[in-house]
Design a protein around this ligand. Structure first.
Ligand SMILES: Nc1ncnc2c1ncn2[C@@H]1O[C@H](COP(=O)(O)OP(=O)(O)OP(=O)(O)O)[C@@H](O)[C@H]1O
Length: 248
């Protein structure tokens, strides 16, 4: 799986959110960091083929995704968990994940196995028959993660997947995504601990551009002791913000 963004521009109406972004995403876990409004969700939605690029090119497995026709060719390779995902509260957890398998073009004879595997990965096997409305917030988010990974799509896009998870569930989440193997995983987060623990690569977005693109160790090397923050990664992140935003 390869995902190439070449001079990508994206926005809403007259607002430009992403401007001239060029990156190649490879198998492994990439974190998108950046302040509120930096464009992380917009980038994930664009990668998920929800919005065609305003300018520039997205190439998924060498297919240029520039409209509905080309998007249809790649959608079954993509698992996308939006920040606020909707569901029918009457659906069981298994139905919810089966719906994703169907949407992703998993053949019906494989649904049962694929759904069982996804629910097992997020530790919801014993809740497979529970209605979505009866699950706790953290369980729903884990069902959402199962939604994104069922059928093993090669590109997995997760928008703030650990919001609402308790500490143990966050550790479980890290285990799940570390076990996805040969998959391009892109997640947005504000939790720098998660980045340090599981991500291979970090892209820090600000002002429509990638202000940093490198490994966690390379980001950590930008640590400046004089900046606010409780860890080298937090201080390195602060260092990447414009000067006016570096104080608290
Ligand atoms: N549907 C929309 N219509 C108009 N503007 C939008 C829309 N969605 C987002 N925006 C604007 O685009 C910019 C980027 O928003 P986006 O949600 O991508 O940021 P983000 O980095 O995901 O933020 P957060 O950390 O708060 O989730 C913001 O200025 C936002 O107000």
């Amino acid at each position: 799986m390869s995902v190439v963004l070449d001079a990508l521009a994206q926005g809403y109406g007259t607002t430009t959110v992403i401007d001239n972004l060029t990156v190649t995403l490879r198998p492994g876990i990439t974190a998108l960091l950046g302040p509120n409004g930096a464009g992380k969700t917009t980038l994930l939605r664009t990668l998920a083929t929800v919005m065609p690029p305003r300018n520039g090119v997205i190439r998924i497995d060498d297919i240029a995704v520039d409209g509905e026709r080309s998007a249809r060719r790649v959608r079954d390779r993509i698992g996308y968990l939006p920040q606020d995902f909707g569901f029918d509260p009457q659906m069981t957890a298994a139905d919810f994940v089966t719906y994703a398998a169907w949407m992703r073009g998993v053949p019906s004879r494989q649904w049962r196995r694929a759904v069982d595997e996804a629910l097992e990965m997020v530790d919801l096997t014993d809740r497979r028959k529970s209605k979505m409305r009866s699950l706790s917030g953290g369980m729903r988010r884990r069902a959402g993660i199962a939604w994104a990974i069922v059928g093993r799509p090669r590109l997995v896009l997760l928008d703030e997947p650990t919001v609402g998870l308790d500490p143990r569930q966050r550790l479980q989440f890290r285990k799940i995504i570390s076990g996805l193997g040969d998959t391009v995983v892109v997640l947005s987060t504000h939790l720098i601990d998660d980045v340090g623990a599981v991500c291979d690569r970090v892209i820090v977005m600000h002002g429509g551009a990638a202000r940093f693109d490198g490994t966690v160790a390379e980001l950590e090397a930008l640590d400046r002791e004089e900046l606010p923050g409780h860890s080298p990664l937090e201080r390195a992140y602060m260092h990447l913000l414009p000067e006016g935003e570096q104080e608290l």
